[in-house]
Design a protein. Structure first.
Lengths: 117, 113
C-alpha cells in the first residue's frame, strides 16, 4: 500500500521558518518525481515545487512566488522529501501536501501550516 | 503561466443524472510530438486529499468507475459523470502538467440533490 505521511506543520509567526517532512512507502521512491502542493483556506490548489530523480540530476523547479524562500530536497535512503520554508508570510497559511509523480498520482493526508502573529 | 478556468463553480444534480463540467486552458495542452494532452482531473471528497481520477485528458486511473469520462483536446476539456452516485459528492479540479508552474482550476463543486 502506498503511503505518504507529512509532518512538521504548526503555528508559526510571520518571518519565521518551518521544515516539512514527507515519509513515503509502498512505491519505488528513488525513481519518483516528488512535489509539494498546498491548499489555501479558500480551497485553491497551488503547486509549489518539484524535485526529479537521480537520473535527472535531482532537477528542481519552483513556483516563482516561493523561489528563494522555499527549498525542496529529498533523501532517497529514507524515502523522504522535505520542504524548508523560510520568511513565512500570512498568505502561506494552507494545508501542505506532498505528492508523487506527474500528474500527481499519490497524495499524503496533508499537514496544516498557520502563519499568524 | 497557464491559466485553468473551470465552469460551473458548483452544480447540484440528482442521483442517476448525467453531469458535465468544463475546464479551459489559456494555451494548448496538446504536445505535438506525442499527440498527448497534459491534462488531469482530480476528485476531492469532503475531509480528504485530492485523488487522481483521469490523466492525459481521458485515461481513467486504475479503480476509477467507468461512469467518469474525460474528453477534449487542446484548450477545451470536459469531465462527464454518466450517472451520478451519492458518493460522487466532491469538488473536481482540473490541472495542467504541460509546463511548470503546474496549475489547477478553481474547482467544480458537485452537490447531490
Amino acid at each position: 500500500e502506498v503511503q505518504l505521511v507529512e509532518t512538521g506543520g504548526g503555528l508559526v509567526q510571520p518571518g519565521n521558518s518551518l521544515k516539512l517532512s514527507c515519509a513515503t512507502s509502498g512505491f519505488t521512491f528513488s525513481t519518483a518525481w516528488m512535489n509539494w502542493i498546498r491548499q489555501t483556506p479558500g480551497k485553491r490548489l497551488e503547486w509549489l515545487a518539484q524535485i526529479e530523480d537521480k537520473s535527472n540530476n535531482y532537477f528542481i523547479s519552483y513556483l516563482e512566488s516561493v523561489k528563494g524562500r522555499f527549498t525542496i530536497s529529498r533523501d532517497d535512503s529514507k524515502s523522504s522529501v522535505y520542504l524548508q520554508m523560510n520568511n513565512l508570510k500570512e498568505e502561506d497559511t494552507a494545508i501542505y501536501y506532498c505528492t508523487s509523480g506527474i500528474p500527481f498520482d499519490y497524495w499524503g493526508q496533508g499537514v496544516m501550516v498557520t502563519v499568524s502573529s | 503561466d497557464i491559466v485553468m478556468t473551470q465552469t460551473p463553480s458548483s452544480q447540484a444534480v440528482s442521483a442517476g443524472e448525467k453531469v458535465t463540467m468544463s475546464c479551459k486552458s489559456s494555451q494548448s495542452l496538446l504536445y505535438s510530438e506525442n499527440k498527448k494532452n497534459y491534462l488531469a482531473w482530480y476528485q476531492q471528497k469532503p475531509g480528504q486529499s485530492p485523488k487522481l481520477l483521469i490523466s492525459w485528458a481521458s485515461t481513467r486511473e486504475s479503480g476509477v468507475p467507468d461512469r467518469f469520462i474525460g474528453s477534449g483536446s487542446g484548450t477545451d476539456f470536459t469531465l462527464t459523470i454518466s450517472s451520478v452516485q451519492a458518493e460522487d459528492l466532491a469538488v473536481y479540479y482540473c490541472e495542467q502538467y504541460y509546463d511548470t508552474p503546474f496549475t489547477f482550476g478553481s474547482g467544480t463543486k458537485l452537490e447531490i440533490k
